[in-house]
Ligand binder design. Sequence first.
Ligand code: CMP
Length: 139
Amino acid sequence: MQKTFSIIKPDAVASGKAGKILSLLEDNGFRIVALRMTKLSTSQAEGFYAVHAERPFYRSLVTFMTEGPVVLMALEREDAVKKLREVMGATNPANAAEGTVRKLYAESIERNAIHGSDAPETAAQELAYFFTTVELNQL
Ligand code: CMP
């Protein structure tokens, strides 16, 4: 079993798709280990996306991620990191496969409904950024 980290982004929460996305994740074999709805502060979003700080879209991304509530999730299944990225679909919804979260619910390459960690090492860092060890291991 492997854990990964995911965020239902402000666009998908605002359009009332959080429940459908959670359902799709469960239907794809993910167990919800920890879950929290919150509104990210600017410094939380900046820190989370620090790896993109030099990209031209960084400020816009931080503004988007702080515009409304998000759902933070720790998810578990076999091969969770890779499987979640398959279920999410390509970053740009125009390139996302049928049936994926982004094909179904994303608006654009930036407002793309869901985040998922891109590697096991990133998953460990991102889980620890938002959840305590107790939250990740209690259930
Ligand atoms: P995410 O998987 O959370 O990782 C970084 C985020 O930056 C990405 O999803 C998009 O929301 C955003 N992003 C990536 N590429 C672009 C781009 N070319 N223009 C605007 N936003 C982008």
